[in-house]
Ligand binder design. Structure first.
Ligand code: FMN
Length: 305
């Protein structure tokens, strides 16, 4: 038996596998496909304060080894989430983390202040990394000072542990990771999607209603792995790695470079039971290598220098 227990310091998880925001609905949609209590946790779809319809269709395009999405953070808003979604999620024995969105700093804070009063949440994940087309694909996590300020403001108001979700669309992830740590983040999640686009040669039109979108899936795994490695070396707080994880082996690669836990995103579109399968595969891969505790494997990469 392999001990999959994962201690993030601020939160203990049954195992290191969480579902990535926006790829697993509010969790309960996946109940027909897997037992949610087998997961380390669920990160629910990003929530703004009010309901949002998201972007015009088409909102998803498949690419070589990837997916470009421009959903535009469609969501029910905090009030319906508290009234309709949380009563069902409270019955599930897994950590529930809310991905917090805002169109300005004040909205992030209002979402957190509202959710502070909602029972049964384990942590918040501050989504400062969603490519915003109105800002030409920019997001707060592209700038260290903005990152530090929003994280600090959110941390000050938060009654729960706070993760900062970072963007890969930056030149130097280490400076942004340090800014999130300086702002008081308890942990970092990365990466969000890579800014991307797809066009139709015949119609000469963009394939997405929104023109730009975010690339995810196996195509981004090497970039995600590199940024996870860099971030874990730059900060002392735990890093949750994601980007193209499809198997237990992929998940262990992120842990090898230093991720304390992982999130599974696009894989759930191909196989809705992927996250639970990945838990089983991590266990089998550890057993095959004689690793008794998965946490012992974290950050054991040997670079030879
Ligand atoms: C359809 C879709 C919707 C997403 N929505 C969100 C979101 O609401 N908030 C967020 O922080 N990330 C969102 N993401 C990004 C994922 O959580 C994850 O960071 C990214 O997809 C990389 O992981 P993956 O390659 O395993 O999918 C979304 C991704 C996809 C594909």
């Amino acid at each position: 038996m392999v001990d999959l227990g994962t201690d993030l310091g601020f939160l203990r998880l049954r195992n290191p596998v969480l579902t990535a925001s926006g790829t697993f609905g509010y969790g309960t949609e996946f109940e027909p496909f897997l037992d949610l209590s087998l997961l380390g946790g669920i990160v629910v779809k990003g929530l703004y304060y009010g309901p949002r319809e998201g972007n015009p269709p088409p909102r998803l395009v498949e690419t070589a080894s990837g997916l470009i999405n421009a959903i535009g953070l469609q969501g029910v808003g905090v009030e319906r989430f508290a009234a309709e979604v949380m009563p069902r999620l409270r019955g599930i024995d897994t950590a529930v983390i809310v991905n917090v969105c805002g169109s300005d700093p004040d909205e992030y804070y209002r979402v957190i202040e509202f959710l502070n009063g909602v029972e049964g949440l384990a942590a918040y994940e501050l989504n400062i990394s969603c490519p915003n087309v109105k800002m030409h694909g920019a997001c707060p996590a592209m700038d260290p000072r903005t990152t530090r300020e929003i994280v600090a403001g959110a941390k000050q108001r938060s009654r729960r542990p706070l993760l900062a979700k970072l963007s890969p669309n930056v030149t130097d992830i280490t400076g942004i990771a340090r800014a999130a740590e300086d702002g008081g983040a308890d942990g970092i999640s990365l990466i969000n999607t890579l800014l991307a686009m797809a066009v139709d040669l015949d119609t000469r039109r963009p394939k997405l209603g929104n023109i730009l979108g975010g690339l995810s899936g196996p195509a981004i795994k090497p970039v995600a792995l590199r940024m996870t490695w860099q971030a874990t070396r730059a900060v002392k707080i735990p890093v949750i790695g994601m980007g193209g994880i499809m198997t237990g082996r992929d998940a262990l690669e992120f842990m090898l470079v230093g991720a304390a836990a992982v999130q599974v995103g696009t894989a759930s579109f191909i196989d809705p039971g992927a996250s639970a399968r990945i838990v089983r595969e991590i266990e089998a891969e550890c057993a095959a290598r004689g690793i008794d505790r998965v946490s012992d494997f974290v950050g054991t990469l040997e670079t030879g220098r």
